[in-house]
Design a binder for this molecule. Structure first.
Ligand SMILES: *[C@@H]1O[C@H](CO)[C@@H](O)[C@H](O)[C@H]1NC(C)=O
Ligand SMILES: *[C@@H]1O[C@H](CO)[C@@H](O)[C@H](O)[C@H]1NC(C)=O
Length: 141
């Protein structure tokens, strides 16, 4: 834990933002909103911009998901980009200083993958089954 904190302090100098979600285990869903969570200390910048990044593809992905996010919120739901969520692996969430300084990274999530939405509560999105009550017009002829 101390080693991790030391590395983080070195990588991000005086900043102490830390991304707590998504993790490699949770990933992001390819449908609907996804959750970004973080921890901070009082000396951190008051706000930041959330960037979806993937350096493992060519060209690399740098997609702004939310700008001027207030740090004290601790968590936010982000909407998909206008082109929809991507698929695949190697993605990271970066908290960066602002929309003009995407390489000024305050904190970085685990690498994670996009996965299809879990169906535990997702059956409500299926089409209504009204076709089942349409009378069988030609039966009995
Ligand atoms: C965002 O934070 C910067 C300092 O990091 C501050 O100057 C600016 O006023 C803040 N903007 C908003 C909209 O909170
Ligand atoms: C993230 O999890 C995947 C499996 O889901 C694994 O292949 C990959 O190496 C992990 N990445 C990191 C950075 O832990």
């Amino acid at each position: 834990m101390r080693t991790f904190a030391t590395i983080l302090a070195f990588a991000a100098s005086a900043m102490a933002y830390s991304v707590t979600a998504p993790t490699n285990a949770t990933g992001f869903s390819t449908s609907g909103q996804n959750t970004v969570s973080w921890s901070m200390v009082s000396t951190d910048a008051a706000n930041f911009t959330i960037v979806l990044s993937n350096q493992q593809v060519n060209p690399p992905v740098q997609q702004i998901l939310a700008a001027l996010v207030v740090g004290t919120l601790g968590t936010i739901q982000v909407n998909p980009p206008s082109t929809g969520w991507p698929t695949g692996s190697g993605y990271q969430i970066n908290l960066v200083a602002n929309s003009q300084q995407l390489s000024s990274i305050l904190a970085q999530s685990d690498q994670f993958s996009f996965h299809a939405p879990t169906s535990s509560s997702g059956s409500s999105s299926s089409l209504p089954t009204t076709s089942l009550v349409v009378p069988p017009t030609f039966s009995g002829q």
